[in-house]
Design a protein around this ligand. Structure first.
Ligand code: KIV
Length: 265
């Protein structure tokens, strides 16, 4: 199978073939995604809530992200591996953003980085692109701005907000980002932005009009406890895993495990 690249993703848009993307957090989830033929494996900063037990994505650090990017790259062959830049790793200074993005590529083995925001983080995006590192944008309900938004609220509902998001999307395209994640915006806005852009859009709670879709792996697998409305659950792994662990416990307590079959003779 041919490696997915920023160029092959562009071809998806031209040929109207939907792009599939999912988050991954370690070698085994990356391998699962890769072997299933998913195009983009994103080591999302949702790592903070899904795996590290933080209440939101704000506390996760560059060192924590890097650890999981390295593991994920060991499980990825075909998919494009994108590393999420955590909160405050790119807002303060463009040189710092480029240095950290460089670590995700050089040490982590990622193929590209993603960061949240439009024109306000333009200087950092340009610095990363100047280092020849592909950048994926992320607009709409950007979780790192939860305090500014006053909660996880759908963005772009008023025409003024929708206009700002569209302008940011066009600005990101002009800067040279290779794709754009649109999160938590009305479906009609997702469709409009997708039509206006030459680069592919990847929606998450942004309707069916985007060029591709992404979900948090733990939401789709039914591991997360309270997934957002836009999630479609394809499995109930939390229930399955808890059931398996409880049956194991009960077998050990009642000496039904191990049997001679599970023993060396
Ligand atoms: O961190 C994340 O998981 C994301 C998504 C786009 C799902 O940014």
């Amino acid at each position: 199978m041919e490696k997915v690249t920023v160029l092959s993703l562009q071809k998806h848009k031209q040929e109207k073939i939907p792009i599939t993307a999912l988050t991954c957090y370690d070698a085994s989830t990356a391998q699962l995604i890769d072997e299933s033929g998913i195009d983009i494996a994103l080591v999302g900063d949702s790592l903070a809530n899904t795996r590290l037990g933080y209440a939101n994505t704000l506390p996760v650090t560059v060192v924590e992200m890097l650890h999981h990017v390295k593991a994920s790259s060991r499980g990825t062959k075909r998919a494009l591996l994108v590393a999420d830049m955590p909160f405050m790793s790119y807002e303060a200074a463009p040189w710092e953003a480029a240095t950290i993005a460089g670590r995700f590529i050089k040490e982590g083995g990622a193929n590209a980085v993603k960061l949240e925001g439009g024109k306000r983080v333009g200087a950092s995006i340009k610095a990363i692109l100047n280092a020849n590192i592909p950048v994926m944008g992320h607009l709409g309900l950007t979780p790192q701005s939860v305090n500014k938004f006053g909660g996880f609220r759908v963005q772009g509902k008023s025409s003024a907000d929708a206009k700002t998001i569209l302008e940011d999307a066009l600005a990101l395209q002009n800067m040279g980002v290779f794709a754009l994640v649109l999160e938590g915006i009305p479906a009609a806005l997702g469709k409009t932005i997708t039509k206006r852009l030459r680069i592919p859009t990847i929606g998450i709670g942004a309707g069916a009009g985007c060029d591709g879709q992404i979900l948090v792996l733990d939401d789709l697998l039914g591991i997360s406890q309270q997934p957002p409305k836009f999630v479609k659950k394809y499995a109930d792994l939390r229930i399955l895993m808890k059931g398996a662990v409880s049956r194991y416990r009960s077998d050990v307590l009642t000496r039904r495990f191990p049997t001679p079959d599970h023993s060396y003779h």
